[in-house]
Ligand binder design. Structure first.
Ligand code: TXA
Ligand code: MG
Length: 320
């Protein structure tokens, strides 16, 4: 049974106690809720994999309170990491660097570690209170929609002992993941932090082969094709304005001002601004699932770079 608590002093103290005892706690970040555990205690990390039913080959991001704590996990800390950290941490950027040799791998037989400093007061206070680097994937069952509220976590992972409720997440989409182990930074997962912002600091960013204007690259082990998926069958459509033969229990998700007049059982109209759209996307998919629709017709988002992360998530949500 889960306990949902306010992140007051007592809630944080209790959460830190659970983490130090080697168990898991769900906590808010600025992107999505994370399911945290002591990153370098094998049994604690194993509990994350068990609760999420996450494939064992998919490594976890380690959350730390500041740059010094991140460096301590790295064997090599490249200049680009310093520059990116100075500009974007705390914030929705995850950097993959070579892992310090004395540390074990986190869920994968690699020699790297993915780290980030979250920009959320509750996450930072929790990190300081427990004094541990926290491995934390999104706090949902593997492949389902990421949680942007404590209630989403409770429903997806009813066996988590404690959820700290910090309200809805501001970004609502996961961090951008960049690999800094090679000569040029490489984008592993598009996310909250835009490519343009990254390029302002690093210059070139490698987009993994077969370029990714369509957001389909997946060199990050966790970037499986079907992911972030609602229970309902989700389908991308070029235009929702003239949908005919809609099943009576279909839902529609669009992002323009009332382009759809038909009789969908449930209609979600999101902002036409990519950042606002991303912030509400997972919550909208959760609402559509809650309404019990069998199918979700999703209007394809624009092809421009600002929509890269949204297109990536939608292409995975609709993969079969
Ligand atoms: O915004 C976020 O990043 C959220 C919050 C909780 O911080 N976390 C999150 O974690 O999205 P998760 O586990 O759902 O996604 C982690 C991604 C996966 O695609 C995984 O394959 C990749 O990061 N990753 C982790 N460690 C890696 C490594 N050493 N090398 C390459 N990719 C790695
Ligand atoms: Mg996830």
């Amino acid at each position: 049974m889960t306990v949902v608590r306010r992140p007051d002093e007592e809630g944080l103290r209790r959460a830190a106690e659970i983490l130090r005892a080697g168990s898991v706690v769900a906590f808010p970040t600025e992107t999505v809720y994370g399911l945290g555990a002591d990153a370098f205690t094998e049994s604690a990390v194993a509990e994350i994999y068990r609760l999420k039913q996450r494939p064992s080959w998919n490594p976890l991001i380690v959350h730390v309170a500041d740059v010094a704590a991140a460096r301590a996990l790295a064997d090599v800390w490249p200049a680009a990491a310093d520059e990116l950290a100075a500009r974007f941490w705390p914030g929705p950027l995850t950097m993959v660097v070579r892992r310090a040799r004395h540390l074990p791998g986190i869920g994968a037989a690699n020699d790297t570690v993915a780290v980030r400093v979250p920009a959320h007061d509750v996450a930072l206070r929790l990190l300081r209170e427990c004094g541990l680097p926290l491995a934390a994937p999104s706090a949902n069952r593997s492949e389902s929609i990421s949680p942007t509220t404590a209630e989403h976590v409770r429903r997806s992972l009813p066996d988590v002992p404690l959820i700290l409720d910090g309200g809805p997440c501001a970004w609502g989409i996961e961090s951008t993941v960049v690999d800094l182990t090679g000569p040029v930074p490489v984008l592993l997962r598009p996310g909250a932090l835009g490519l343009r912002e990254l390029r302002d600091v690093t210059g070139t960013i490698g987009l993994p082969s077969s370029a990714t204007a369509d957001g389909t690259a997946r060199p990050s082990p966790g970037m499986s094709r079907r992911h972030y998926a609602p229970r309902a069958r989700a389908v991308l459509v070029p235009d929702v304005s003239d949908l005919s033969d809609l099943p009576p229990d279909a839902g529609v998700l669009t992002h323009e001002k009332a382009p759809y007049q038909g009789g969908a059982a449930k209609l979600e109209i999101l902002s036409a601004d990519p950042r606002e759209y991303a912030a509400d996307l997972y919550a909208a998919l959760h609402r559509l699932d809650d309404a019990g629709v069998s199918t979700i017709l999703i209007q394809s988002p624009p092809g421009s770079e600002e929509w890269l992360a949204v297109r990536d998530r939608l292409s995975r949500a609709t993969a079969v």
